[in-house]
Design a protein around this ligand. Structure first.
Ligand code: ADP
Ligand code: MG
Length: 260
């Protein structure tokens, strides 16, 4: 049984074909990493899977039901979204931002709301920031608070757009460990990652997307071959096993071209 599935999804804006026939399914209990070059269509695909944008062709289903037929409130209880850029335009405190994750559950159980918020703040190490104004935070702090908000929502599907991009190594590992815990709870996680070593270490499967199409999807080691990555990123890339962990190391060729 698939949790969330894009079926032959197309997305066109004017003459621009942004997604071209994308089939991709996230299963309960798995971390599916989504990677690909800048502009490949990752954030657009995430918005379509979230139901924030409607496809111009094909459809998205959640537990077998077309997203079109699911009301906004029901949808908000089923999937949490962390966007690439935090969308907070008023001077809310960190605690208020994380509480927004509970909006879909408003009026159900206030004690449960408080527990979910407190747990999300504590888990992400943002409880010390609770009274700060969100806009005054550093990029990495904002990212952890936005992630905490998604966690507090307690949805069975998580859609995370580059949650680790602004984080230092310790916080990258913290966020990925928390993502793994979500998967262990049976939740389905789709996570956009640029760091393929992070994907190799933490994701169950990797989907590579380029120019609006899924190039490959499967176990990370099978998808992230040197040949395929070099082609997709249009840069020579070497893949080698790390001695200690066995997770592949993904290394771009480095050097300043002679002509510069
Ligand atoms: P990624 O997240 O993989 O970097 P995006 O999904 O954000 O890429 O964007 C994919 C491509 O579609 C980019 O070239 C972007 O400029 C373009 N694009 C996205 N939304 C629109 C839009 N509303 N109008 C025109 N082009 C768009
Ligand atoms: Mg993006």
């Amino acid at each position: 049984m698939m949790m969330l599935e894009a079926q032959a999804v197309h997305y066109q804006v004017g003459q621009a074909q942004i997604l071209r026939g994308v089939d991709l399914a996230v299963r309960p209990g798995e971390i599916l990493a989504l990677a690909g070059p800048n502009g490949a269509g990752k954030s657009t695909l995430l918005a379509l899977l979230a139901g924030d944008v409607r496809p111009t062709g094909g459809q998205v289903t959640l537990q077998g039901r077309p997203l079109d037929g699911i009301g906004l409130k029901a949808l908000a209880r089923k999937r949490a979204v962390m966007l690439q850029e935090a969308q907070v335009s008023f001077p809310f405190t960190v605690a208020e931002v994380v509480q927004m994750g509970r909006a879909p559950w408003q009026g159900e159980d206030e004690a449960a709301d408080q527990v979910a918020v407190a747990e999300a703040l504590a888990a992400t190490g943002t409880d010390d920031l609770a009274r700060r104004i969100f806009q005054t935070l550093s990029g990495g702090e904002k990212a952890r608070v936005s992630f905490a908000r998604a966690l507090a929502q307690e949805a069975e599907t998580l859609l995370l757009d580059e949650p680790t991009a602004a984080l230092d190594i310790r916080h990258q590992e913290l966020v990925m460990a928390l993502v793994r815990r979500q998967a262990e709870l049976g939740r389905a996680v789709l996570i956009v990652l640029h760091d393929l070593a992070l994907a190799a270490a933490w994701a169950d499967r990797l989907a590579l997307i380029a120019e609006g199409q899924v190039v490959a999807v499967g176990p990370v080691a099978a998808v992230a071959t040197a040949e395929r990555l070099s082609e997709v990123y249009q840069h020579p890339i070497t893949v080698m096993p790390a001695p200690a962990t066995g997770f592949p190391l993904i290394v771009p060729r480095r050097g300043v071209p002679a002509c510069v």
